[in-house]
Design a protein around this ligand. Structure first.
Ligand code: NFS
Length: 650
């Protein structure tokens, strides 16, 4: 038996540590422990193996990578490029299949065929329709909505032309994509082509494979993910700053605790309404509970937290520990990042674990199918009743941690625009000015998962601390945002304590936290739009690759993260990943990702598991961009008083 890590070496999150201690006493297995028991395969970790055909699987030596080739003759670079490109295709597929679901749901609402959901932000619908090339003049809202839904759906199956969202990028970036053949034709087409090209005996030159993968990644960020975010805002509300509570302490001892975990916001949106339903509340009371406590987890939790302020239990590596509290009456899940082990773990407690989506069944789980487009309310009631009926079965294993942190989230790109621009002139000008005058050194997107192979939350938090100290404004999504929220960094009051003087001054003036929660992982598309707006506002170059910005996923674990990383690099953002990186060092493929891509895209990947070194790499990159822009010197903004103004007018 492998030796398990001490709890204090596993996580910096107090509630997680408390529940892991409880779980070990109760003899249950968690993903942290399984990570200790099962070391990663060293050959696979370096992408030095290939199982795309059945003459193999073949494996090469990471120590002497060019010494041998596979049975078919494929070399180490082909092995790696095929594996990496397939991860991008899988990530693109996951985000985009979710985006398609949003488009289908939106269309059913726009057509008036679905009374379970509504259009909450008509203003945004009109803006997005215009961006999707729909003529809105002289048409009523319903007509625009139907055309928008159809146009979005068509983006997935489109066979020629380009994905429309890419036109929101700065013109110079769009031209670069066009010139190099990187414009994705349609979302599905790029994923299918990637699967074809990485099949045995097709594309076997790493560089060419990656040209297709770059195009595929852009179909994710500016296609499937962007459509998902925009339509979700239109249906469920565009986020505005909102207060919420975060961490395992959000469970209530005397209420029915209902967790929604997954990625598609329609299930949680329905539950938000049902948690206030009089009949269900009466049933909960009859079952002996004081009420229904609805809690989000992972990304669907993020989506509703930034829109409705509903409490959030924690990130991916807290799903086990949520169940170990013994206080969860039902955990309902839809798609993505659902560990299979949760079904078995639930049986060690009283928790009902229920899958709800036709695309995600799990051995040992109950299944109640939920479709946004039809009978959503009825399915929602059935799911809620599972939790209510299970309340009486709470055993004596209940232990709810006391930790929950107050936070402010909800920073859509519209909010950032409005907040920094003030009520009279929504604009990115003040952000750009503060970057130019040096109060803000640059902007970092810190995103991605948590991973049991590293100390949970620690890499995220230490990285962000370093960035803030150096006046780097941090924008977040996904599980990383949850790590920082729990650690208290989404409270405007912390700016003084953790930020450099320039960033602290800006945050205090505006009243915003220095770490901005922008939503789920598909909401990384908000960051793409914000970066494009910064370029268009002026003064910081004419391409995203000119901006003093950097991206990071310090504790990532999923293929979706690889796709996100690639679409940021493809858009011109230097991006650093932690934990591990699926390449064999010193190969041509690795050199291309970490260096050669600069020539094609004006940005590269980087890998560094240490948060302090990672921060230094990001800050060095930001400084390099500031130097190129000629804004390295900290310049004070000149504030004109009336006398100075009068002189100017003479
Ligand atoms: Ni992103 Fe969200 Fe979390 Fe990672 Fe999974 S929940 S979509 S993939 S683990 S950040």
């Amino acid at each position: 038996m492998a030796k398990l890590r001490e709890i204090q070496d596993i996580t910096i999150c107090e509630s997680t540590a408390e529940m892991l201690t409880k779980g070990r006493k109760e003899g249950v297995s968690t993903s942290f422990d399984r990570a200790d028991e099962m070391k990663p395969c060293p050959i696979g970790a370096q992408q030095a193996c290939c199982k795309h055909c059945f003459m193999g699987p073949c494996r090469l030596s990471a120590k002497a990578p060019y010494e041998k080739v596979g049975v078919c003759g494929a070399n180490i670079d082909t092995f790696q490029a095929r594996g990496f490109a397939r991860a991008i295709a899988a990530g693109t597929a996951a985000h985009s299949d979710h985006g398609r679901e949003m488009a289908e749901l939106f269309l059913s609402v726009a057509k008036g065929e679905n009374s379970d959901f509504e259009i909450k932000d008509e203003k945004k619908m009109m803006v997005f329709a215009g961006q999707m090339g729909i003529e809105t003049e002289g048409k009523d809202n319903q007509q625009v909505g139907i055309e928008l839904g159809e146009a979005c759906l068509a983006q997935f199956g489109q066979q020629a032309g380009h994905v429309k969202g890419l036109e929101l990028a700065p013109p110079k970036r769009f031209e670069l994509w066009k010139e190099k053949g990187y414009l994705p034709r349609g979302v599905d087409r790029e994923v299918v082509e990637m699967m074809h090209r990485t099949h045995m005996g097709v594309d076997q030159e790493y560089y060419n494979i990656m040209q297709g993968a770059i195009r595929c990644s852009l179909a994710d960020g500016w296609g499937g993910s962007l459509i998902s975010t925009e339509l979700s805002d239109i249906m469920f509300g565009t986020p505005k700053p909102i207060a919420a509570e975060m961490d395992l302490g959000v469970f209530e001892k005397d209420q029915v605790n209902v967790i929604v975990h997954g990625h598609e916001p329609q299930l949680l949106d329905m539950m938000v309404r049902l948690a206030d339903d009089k009949k269900l509340l009466a049933k909960a009371k009859a079952a002996g509970a004081a009420g229904i406590n609805l809690v989000g987890m992972c990304c669907s939790g993020n989506e509703m937290l930034i829109r409705n302020g509903i409490p959030h239990a924690g990130n991916f590596m807290q799903c086990d520990t949520a169940i170990i509290t013994g206080a969860v009456d039902v955990m309902m899940v839809d798609v993505q990042c659902i560990m299979a082990s949760l079904a078995e773990l639930s049986k060690c407690y009283h928790t009902k674990f229920v899958t709800t989506n036709y695309r995600c069944h799990i051995d040992g789980a109950e299944h109640v199918e939920f479709h946004g487009e039809h009978d959503a309310r009825a399915a929602g009631i059935e799911l809620m009743e599972i939790g209510i009926n299970n309340f009486k079965n709470r055993g004596d294993k209940v232990q709810i941690p006391s930790t929950k942190t107050k936070m402010i989230g909800g920073f859509s790109h519209e909010t950032i625009n409005y907040m920094l621009g003030g009520s009279f002139r929504g604009s990115y000008t003040p952000l750009n000015e503060n970057i130019i005058n040096g109060r803000i050194r640059g902007v970092a997107g810190v995103v991605g998962c948590t991973n049991p192979r590293v100390k949970h939350d620690w890499v995220h938090v230490e990285l962000v601390k370093e960035l803030l100290k150096n006046d780097v404004l941090v924008v977040q999504t996904g599980c990383s945002a949850i790590s920082l929220a729990k650690a208290g960094f989404m409270d405007p009051a912390i700016a003084k304590k953790y930020c450099g003087p320039g960033l602290a001054e800006v945050c205090e003036t505006v009243g915003m936290p220095p770490v901005l929660h922008s939503g789920s992982c598909v909401d990384n598309s908000r960051i793409l739009i914000a970066l494009s707006e910064m370029v268009k506002t002026g003064g910081l170059g004419d391409d995203i690759s000119d901006l003093p910005v950097a991206g990071a996923a310090p504790e990532y674990m999923s293929e979706k993260a690889i796709s996100i990383g690639q679409y940021f690099v493809s858009s011109g953002v230097y991006t650093v990943f932690g934990v591990t990186f699926p390449v064999t060092e010193g190969t041509k493929f690795a050199d291309y990702l970490f260096g050669g891509m600069e020539e094609d895209l004006g940005a590269t990947w980087a890998f560094e598991p240490d948060p302090y070194k990672m921060a230094k790499m990001m800050i060095d990159h930001i400084n390099k961009k500031r130097e190129a822009l000629g804004i390295m010197e900290k310049k004070e903004r000149v504030l004109f008083d009336m006398e100075a103004r009068r002189q100017l007018e003479l």
